[in-house]
Design a protein around this ligand. Structure first.
Ligand SMILES: [Fe+2]
Length: 298
């Protein structure tokens, strides 16, 4: 019997007794989408998925992204990206420093992300303590708490999001070995404008969609005013009261709604403490369609 167990915290639920390697029924599809809209982050424990099965499961929710970096993909399945610090025969097998600061995936993209699907294969531990948590912030709660004057002032405002902001932050502040983006990579990901507030298509709740990872400027506003307001929004949304941490177990599938949450990959493990996660990224190309939940689009 499939069961949803809310964490009782600001985000998070577990869905138990659902085998994601099997075709997903329309009923369970809707259950997952609704659980993500309500709880933001959903863990499916004890899963056993080949990369192709991970892709098939994720692809039920929307078109899958193939990452712009174009590296560390599962052989013959470019939609499955490998996140890992493991080095084999002198070569890294995955992207070692993905997502190590607060951001929302693909807010820099014309078609934004709807959901992430991560499958934990090797999870590092030290003295019995699990390392490499994935942390989240609840952007429904953050929106609700905003002062009314900010809500009305930014009601229809948009902000420019730039892929290069996060990339350069990783290089400057995190000691990442990433090379600068090439002109061609930057051309492929030009900055885009996104609403600062979004109405969630499933829950109908408003969310604060601007995020410190990629938002660079409130459109049509003088620079100093934009800088000040963005800084206010970033500080507001990063408050610990909105935070939830997922502590990984091997064979967890962790799925989250990128419209509801910001996330951060905690880099508290060393080079010899091996971590291996496989990831698919679901775009929000179908979820805004009113027929999405009925299954008519599948
Ligand atoms: Fe991310």
């Amino acid at each position: 019997m499939v069961e949803v167990k809310p964490s009782g915290k600001i985000l998070g639920a577990r869905v138990e007794e659902l085998d994601l390697s099997k075709p997903l029924s329309a009923e369970h599809f809707a259950l997952i989408v609704r659980t993500m809209a309500t709880h933001g982050v959903v863990c499916f424990p004890d899963q056993h998925l080949a990369a192709a099965a991970l892709k098939s499961f994720a692809a039920r929710f929307g078109t899958l992204e193939v990452n712009v970096a174009g590296t560390f993909q599962e052989p013959d399945i470019p939609e499955v990206m490998i996140l890992s610090n493991i080095v084999e025969n002198g070569r890294p097998i995955g992207m070692a420093d993905a997502g190590q600061d607060w951001h929302t995936d693909m807010s820099y993209s014309k078609t934004i992300a709807f959901a992430n699907v991560l499958y934990g294969i090797h999870i590092p531990r030290r003295n019995g303590r699990v390392l490499g948590n994935t942390e989240f912030l609840n952007m429904v709660a953050a929106y609700d708490d905003l002062p009314d004057d900010i809500k009305s002032r930014l009601k229809d405002a948009t902000a420019t999001h730039d892929f290069n902001k996060f990339w350069e932050k990783m290089r400057r502040e995190k000691g990442s070995a990433r090379p600068p983006l090439t002109e061609e990579q930057r051309r492929k990901k030009p900055p885009v404008s996104q609403p600062i507030f979004l109405k969630h298509p499933i829950s109908g709740r408003m969310v604060l969609y601007a995020n410190p990872g990629y938002a660079v400027r409130i459109d049509g506003m003088p620079e100093h005013e934009s800088d000040e307001l963005l800084e206010f929004l970033f500080q507001h949304q990063l408050q610990p009261k909105y935070k939830y941490a997922h502590e990984w177990s091997e064979n967890d599938v962790l799925m989250w709604d990128d419209l509801v949450t910001l996330h951060n990959a905690v880099a508290d493990y060393g080079a010899t403490e091996h971590r291996l996660i496989k990831r698919c990224q679901v775009m929000a190309d179908r979820v805004f369609d009113p027929n999405y939940l009925s299954g008519a689009l599948q």
